[in-house]
Design a protein around this ligand. Structure first.
Ligand SMILES: [Zn+2]
Length: 1032
């Protein structure tokens, strides 16, 4: 049967056309019930023994409406939820409302075990309905859902054993109409409550049970219309908010203000106004009088935070009805003194969030705060608890659970649902538990989720695009078509030990004219990965392979990455080659590119290659070739350095893992050999040559990589600090910077130069992928490598950028290659670059977290005393780098409660929590507060580059109340210099007179409180803390 629907439509150009939409109604759409023999379905999806609930007499199939999928998707994804009929009406609405949820629904539909059946009710003759006059599209769709539910009910009513259908909807009006039509219906809550499944109950999103107050805490968000008008007329600025990982009450957006790109700071709960890291927000610049001096980053002290909360709770109890003024959040920093005019001139603009343009909420890993669980142990009554995300940028999340006690000590995933203006914290719901906190595999999963690293197995569909020969795939005669045969060349690869994904190999051949032919051969990944297929899309979305200490999350299936594409020795492999003629000075005479077939003669480690170079007895062609390459690489490197390429440093370490348990048994700094540099030089050269070629072919859409010049402000503190040592840093160009780094040597401090390079690295901007059409040629520049153009070509097995670059290069060298808009569309390329930049950054962070996790395992039950250097000064703390382990830790500049001291507020030292050192912005240092004669330095001072002794342990006093709280934290405590109230006693300072005096003082009864002006303040501080502590 064919129905026609005709309507008129106005085209873009204003022409009115008549559109006829044909709508076929069919009789061959089946119910897909196993027990139904009347329908002709071949592989029925719905089981003959469906769900059971106390609410309904018969086993039944669930028919959810659109909002159930939109609001309760986490619950629907649980394995308990099966035998669901997804109506076409619902699926289409979900697709329209949320592409990401639509994808999740589709995934459930393809999962056979979920038994989700899509019923095409809109094409079924008996369930299709026309919209009634005066009926809204919404009402029409609700009716379509009821009609389909009714059809199912009738269709299956005579089956044996008896079954039924239940419509699930949180819309009570829709349920009432269903009841009037004698259909079975339930809300998600009614239905789940009847199942007695605590896990499912926890997943229901319901803000009503969480909301405990009606006091307005935050300003109302403006409407989308208001926001877009405000942005258009320049009143508001739009940007993606990034929250500081040191302080979740400090955020910033990067945007153009008065034509200048600048960082706008948003500080304090009130100004952040419920924005969460990653949200796209609209901000309004605050009046200048409300700007503060440049913040140095304050570490939010958890305890202070809790104290604030405690007082808030009291305040709430005491004041039954607060005026709107005192209900507005006070934030701790607000009382800080007004900035002086000079400070203002140099400070960054401050702003407040006026509205959210797009939320970036996702699921977060973390744990339940033990202190927020007030029910007796073992209780399964629903209780509101607080959740801490592992990411310190994320605010605490309040959610309701019946499993509070069994979830303590576990890593759990929680999603944010809403953040009403009456709640200090966002509301969320429980998603799932990952396992015991502290367990290596659980924590690894946590860090992958936390950094948004896709780590699921490759789907069958992705794997279906692998060569059908599998591991037996070999180079065939037909592969030589269009390829050069380089099998006779002395190609070899040089990699770290244990490398299984070999992307690159090299060769050199002396030419009769005295020059050299040098080839870089890169795995020909795009021979196997074709644009747009499932494998390609998966690789594009992963963006990069992620390397953790004990595992690797691949971008491509293993068959390609570690086998068919890996350029192992003694097998024929397809390659994409870059061939130069270089003269004796390593200058390029000519360059060409070719698809090829190679047969590598040796897969060497850096060490093996180095040994060959050094061993004079080895005179075979391969070894001689490596020596030639080494000679040329040194010349290439020298030329790069002469041009101003930077040699930076990172405090990277390598763990030795015990074979069976994969536990770390030793840690050492990564060591670089000359041969590392050899390979690197030729890879850089290949990347530069390829960048020029693809930019020539695709001036508007070439995938390139730039490294922006760092702004002067990034170097301010570093320059100031080294000036004390009579060292100048000139960062005006990378050349001057490179020279000043070379000259910055302190004979008495051999580590200083490396430390300076590490700190310089942190002043740099991130290198980024970009589409050539989106920048001017001046902006292409790669600052660190001192080259005018750059891209990534040499690692297509583990970077998707290189896959794109291979496709562009192929199109550039062979005019017969056909390609689609994926290589030419500027917008698409821009978008892809944004995804790859994000994945790249996250991969780096995940790798770092993995090192951190292993560092903590390594330090478990150890107490080490090590030399470290102050590398960053914060307002109330400083950060120390310990070179031996490449680790950093925070040392707080506030007095702590001495361990073992009962008299928390009576010892002769500074009161707990009181700042012992205060920040001096003029010198960027922390100094003691005593009054000193003019011109004299303070008694104690902590400055950048200062050498200190620290004691390293693993903090067992975990946030969230012990075991299973925050990820174990490395605890660094100061040993030398001795600072009363901050330092601790250890092995290396046990003879320090000050430390000895401190211990003696602790042993004697506490003297009466000191006289003097600071007595009152100190006393109060301590009391507040003391009071809270006894509660905890
Ligand atoms: Zn049927």
């Amino acid at each position: 049967m064919l129905r026609q629907k005709a309507f008129v439509k106005k085209t873009k150009s204003g022409k009115v056309v008549r559109v006829v939409k044909e709508h076929y109604l069919r009789d061959d759409i089946w119910c897909s019930l196993e027990a139904c023999k009347g329908c002709e379905h071949t592989e029925p999806v719905l089981s003959s023994t469906p769900n059971i609930s106390k609410l309904f007499p018969l086993p039944h199939y669930i028919i959810p409406d659109t909002n159930i999928f939109i609001n309760q998707i986490d619950m629907m994804e649980k394995p308990q939820m099966t035998n669901v009929i997804v109506l076409q009406t619902v699926l289409e609405e979900v697709k329209h409302l949320s592409p990401s949820i639509y994808k999740r629904v589709r995934d459930m539909i393809t999962d056979r075990e979920k038994r989700f059946y899509v019923f095409s009710n809109e094409h079924h003759r008996e369930t299709f309905i026309e919209k009634l006059k005066d009926e809204s599209p919404n009402d029409r769709n609700d009716r379509a859902i009821r009609v389909a539910t009714k059809w199912y009910g009738n269709h299956i009513k005579d089956l044996k054993p008896s079954v039924s259908v239940v419509m699930m909807s949180d819309d009570s009006a829709n349920r009432d109409k269903a009841a009037a039509d004698s259909l079975q219906a339930a809300s998600a809550k009614q239905y789940i409550e009847s199942l007695d499944d605590t896990e499912l109950l926890d997943m229901l999103t319901s803000a009503t049970d969480l909301d405990e107050g009606n006091r307005i805490i935050y300003a109302e968000h403006l409407t989308p219309l208001h926001l877009s008008n405000g942005i258009k007329n320049g009143k508001f600025y739009q940007g993606k908010i990034g929250i500081s990982s040191h302080n979740y009450l400090e955020g910033s957006i990067f945007t153009k203000v008065n034509g200048q790109e600048t960082t706008v700071l948003i500080v304090g709960r009130e100004n952040l106004n419920r924005a969460v890291d990653g949200d796209i927000v609209a901000v309004e610049i605050l009046p200048k009088s409300e700007w503060r001096t440049t913040p140095t980053g304050v570490v939010v002290d958890e305890e202070e935070e809790e104290a604030e909360e405690e007082s808030l709770r009291k305040e709430k109890k005491e004041s039954t009805e607060g005026s709107s003024e005192d209900t507005v959040m006070t934030d701790a920093d607000k009382s800080s003194s007004e900035p002086t005019p000079e400070e203002l001139a140099s400070s960054q603009p401050y702003a407040k969030v006026v509205g959210i343009i797009r939320r970036n909420w996702r699921q977060y890993c973390g744990f339940i705060d033990r202190k927020s669980v007030h029910t007796p142990a073992g209780s399964t009554a629903p209780v509101n608890v607080m959740f801490y995300a592992m990411e310190t940028k994320i605010p605490k999340i309040k959610f309701r659970t019946r499993q509070a006690h069994s979830l303590l000590g576990q890593r759990v995933i929680v999603a944010i649902d809403s953040w009403p203006k009456t709640s200090r914290y966002p509301f969320g719901h429980f998603v799932r538990s990952l396992g015991e906190a502290g367990d290596k595999s659980t924590e690894t999963e946590v860090l992958l989720l936390e950094h948004d690293v896709p780590f699921h197995e490759f789907s069958k569909q992705v794997l279906s695009f692998l060569p059908t020969e599998g591991e037996n795939w070999i180079v065939q005669p037909e592969h030589f078509v269009g390829r050069e045969d380089f099998r006779s060349l002395n190609v070899c690869s040089i990699d770290p030990p244990g490398c299984t994904d070999i992307d690159d190999a090299l060769h050199v051949t002396p030419l009769p004219n005295g020059n050299y032919q040098v080839g870089v051969h890169i795995a020909d990944v795009t021979h196997f990965v074709k644009p747009g297929n499932a494998m390609d899309l998966e690789a594009a979305s992963r963006g990069t392979t992620v390397y953790l200490v004990d595992k690797r999350i691949d971008m491509l299936p293993g068959l390609l990455g570690t086998n068919l594409c890996s350029l192992r020795s003694n097998v024929e492999r397809l390659a994409f080659s870059c061939i130069w003629e270089l003269n004796d000075s390593a200058e390029i005479v000519s360059v060409r590119f070719a698809k090829s077939v190679i047969a590598s003669k040796a897969s060497l480690t850096y060490e093996e290659a180095q040994n060959r170079i050094d061993d004079d007895r080895m005179q075979d062609d391969l070894t001689k070739g490596i020596r030639t390459l080494n000679m040329l690489a040194k010349k290439l490197k020298q030329r790069r350095l002469d041009l101003g390429a930077l040699t930076l440093a990172s405090p990277e370490v390598r763990f030795s893992l015990e074979h069976d348990t994969q536990d770390p048994v030793d840690v050492e700094m990564k060591e670089l050999k000359e041969t590392n540099a050899l390979v690197e030089e030729f890879m850089l050269l290949a990347n530069i040559s390829v960048a020029r070629k693809i930019f020539e072919k695709f001036p508007d859409s070439a995938m390139l990589r730039c490294h922006p010049t760092p702004p002067a402000a990034n170097f301010e503190k570093l320059e100031k600090a080294v000036a004390r040592m009579n060292i100048q840093i000139d960062h005006s160009t990378s050349k001057t910077l490179s020279d000043s780094l070379d000259n910055a040597v302190l004979p008495e401090e051999p580590y200083f130069n490396k430390l300076l390079r590490i700190m310089t690295t942190r002043c740099m901007m991130q290198a980024l992928y970009f589409c050539s059409g989106a920048k001017t040629e001046q902006e292409f520049r790669h600052y660190g490598l001192a080259t005018d153009i750059y891209t990534h070509f040499t690692s297509p097995i583990r970077r998707y950028s290189d896959v794109m670059v291979h496709r562009q290069l192929y199109a550039a060298i062979d005019s017969s290659v056909s390609y689609g808009s994926e290589l030419t569309d500027k917008e698409d390329m821009n978008e892809l670059c944004a995804v790859l930049n994000h994945r790249n950054r996250m991969a780096q962070h995940a790798a770092r977290s993995s090192v951190e996790l292993f560092t903590h395992l390594f330090f478990k039950n150890k107490t080490e005393e090590e030399e470290g250097y102050v590398i960053r000064i914060l307002k109330n703390a400083f950060i120390v780098l310990v070179p031996k382990y490449g680790i950093e830790g925070i040392v707080y500049a506030s007095a702590k409660v001495p361990k073992g001291s009962k008299a928390e507020n009576g010892s002769n030292g500074p009161a707990a929590g009181q700042a012992v050192l205060v920040y001096n912005p003029d010198t960027d240092s922390l100094q003691s507060t005593e009054v000193v004669p003019e011109g004299e330095p303070p008694k104690v001072q902590i400055q950048l580059f200062q050498k200190v002794m620290v004691q390293i342990t693993i903090d067992d006093d975990l946030k969230g109340g012990g075991e299973g709280g925050m990820r174990q934290k490395l605890k660094m405590e100061l040993l030398k210099p001795w600072i009363e109230g901050i330092s601790v006693q250890g092995e290396c300072n046990k003879d320090d007179p000050a430390a000895v005096a401190h211990v003696t003082a602790l042993a004697t009864p506490a003297p009466q409180a000191k006289a003097g002006s600071d007595k009152k303040r100190g006393g109060q501080e301590t009391q507040k803390r003391g009071g809270k502590r006894s509660k905890a």
